[in-house]
Design a protein around this ligand. Structure first.
Ligand code: GLU
Length: 509
């Protein structure tokens, strides 16, 4: 039916891009790449009132950060453009008119006041969610209820109107969802949604069907929240005469709150202290800010990996996947039906795994930025690379590199002498004086050499090395933390190691 897999990510540029949105983009992308197909980015900005300046650029930057590169889209090009629905406005009306002509849609002239009155009336009658539907369309002002002559006159006078879909009374519509199997809908329960607005702009429902058709989309993968709209879309495909070209459907499971109850929201992130958006986002109108995974110190490889596993696995215990491996293994059959619980600790675990797998050279620019943000400008790149290599195992987020490594750049100005006070002796003090001197004499500098001299000196002084290692650590870093002590010394260099030992003993009793 389709000679090529063509899928699309179709966000509305209304704000920050949250986990669920990026995952939808990712699954579409993986599916396209796996099948050698095309991945299209389409901006669904028909609701201009909700479009937010900067949101589209932000979306593109998020995808770029994740390594998800659309084959077609705004600013990218392609044979099916334009890829912004607002720029396709003139295209949709003919299809809405076609539906009116075949009796599947109708003109509705109701004013906002009349619509409000209808809703209030329904509420008074105990209707929980009032809607414009076949139940009450006869009572409203539309081309079903008004005489044809009047309709023609209203149209000729240019009276503002919308076009609504006429949902049938008792039809059953079903889709075969590639993740959930058969889903059935009762058309009588669905309202007569607006297809074309008074200003000629289509609504999402019309635009999504027309564009999926014109752009030759083979599979629609989108969030589960779109399931209730599916019957409208299926009927439009049918009524427009395109049923043979209808894409396959796959509704992706929700991403759930850490407790597993309900959809994960930005508020959960704010309350529990984790990001929900891919990148920092500040809404230009409300100035409400939400923190991003990128700025929280996640590597894009880790972010993509953890997202892929929120609702999918390859059927084995394997958890760490590169983007290429995901492309190779991804299949819709293995996408779970149940919602995926978001666990922030697990997310950090993924990042830790990726930090360990990323070379210090590749981490350097990212870690340098963290140091700069903490007002430690341009730390020596050679030393910082060494610090990264030494502390990588201990870091979950990129900012951990600062806490784990800052003491290499800032000598301690106080020492946790308490930790060693009870066992501190004059003999030990003189050991370190001698040891510092000997360090200055060794021909080559490095962790193994420093350790060898240390052991030799301990043997010479008749003190167990275990007695002296903690004091040495405290002299070098100020406290009981950090990587193996000789590796610290190796990286600090001879001058700095000797200076730190001497500074510390001069202030020790
Ligand atoms: N514009 C819709 C959204 O914002 C797209 C839904 C779909 O993929 O059909 O999620």
């Amino acid at each position: 039916m389709f000679d090529k897999v063509r899928v699309r990510f179709a966000p509305s540029p209304t704000g920050g891009l949250h986990l669920g949105g990026v995952r939808t983009a990712l699954y579409n992308y993986l599916f396209a790449r796996h099948h050698g197909g095309d991945f299209i980015l389409r901006i669904e900005d028909t609701d201009q009132g909700r479009s937010v300046p900067g949101a589209e650029e932000y979306l593109l930057e998020c995808l770029g950060w994740c390594g998800i590169r659309p084959d077609e889209g705004p600013g990218i090009g392609g044979d099916y453009g334009p890829y912004r629905q607002s720029e396709r406005k003139s295209l949709y009306r003919q299809y809405a008119d076609q539906l009116v002509r075949s009796g599947r849609a109708y003109y509705a002239f109701d004013t906002p006041g009349e619509l409000d009155a209808m809703r209030e009336d329904q509420v008074r009658k105990g209707v929980i969610s009032p809607q414009y539907s076949r139940e009450n369309r006869e009572l409203m002002r539309n081309s079903f209820s008004l005489p044809e002559r009047e309709v023609r006159a209203l149209l000729a006078d240019g009276v503002p109107h919308v076009i609504r879909v006429a949902m049938p009374a008792n039809e059953e519509v079903s889709i075969t969802d590639l993740i959930r199997g058969e889903i059935r809908f009762e058309t009588g329960l669905v309202d007569d949604k607006v297809l074309l607005k008074a200003d000629g702009m289509p609504t999402y429902h019309l635009a999504v069907v027309v564009d999926d058709y014109l752009m030759k989309i083979s599979h629609v993968m989108r969030g589960e929240e779109w399931i209730p709209s599916a019957p409208v879309h299926v009927l439009l495909w049918k009524w427009l005469g395109w049923e043979h070209r209808m894409p396959a459907w796959a509704h992706l499971p929700l991403i759930l709150k850490p407790e597993g109850t309900g959809k994960l929201s930005k508020r959960d992130g704010d309350q529990l202290g984790f990001p929900v958006n891919a990148m920092n986002w500040t809404d230009p109108d409300t100035l409400s800010f939400s923190r991003g995974f990128r700025e929280t110190g996640f590597l894009p490889e880790a972010f993509v990996n953890l997202l892929a596993l929120l609702g999918w696995n390859d059927g084995t215990e394997k958890e760490i996947f590169t983007l290429e491996e995901l492309v190779e293994h991804f299949s819709l059959e293995r996408v779970h039906r149940a919602g995926a619980r978001f666990d922030y600790n697990k997310a950090k675990w993924f990042n830790h795994e990726w930090v360990k797998r990323t070379s210090p050279e590749n981490l350097l620019p990212l870690v340098s930025r963290i140091y700069e943000e903490r007002k430690m400008p341009s730390p020596d790149p050679g030393l910082l690379t060494g610090v990264i290599a030494l502390t990588r195992e201990r870091c979950h987020l990129l900012e951990d590199f600062y806490d784990q490594g800052k003491f290499f750049f800032i000598p301690p100005d106080h020492w946790d002498f308490e930790a060693i006070a009870s066992r501190w002796t004059a003999e030990k003090k003189s050991f370190f004086e001698g040891f510092a001197g000997r360090l200055q004499e060794i021909p080559d500098w490095g962790a193994p050499q420093a350790e060898a001299i240390f052991r030799e000196s301990c043997a010479g002084a008749g003190i167990k090395p275990g007695e002296l290692q903690l004091p040495l650590r405290i002299m070098l870093v100020g406290g009981k933390f950090g990587p193996p002590v000789f590796q610290i010394a190796g990286l600090l260099g001879r001058e700095e190691t000797v200076r730190r030992i001497r500074t510390a003993i001069s202030s020790f009793p």
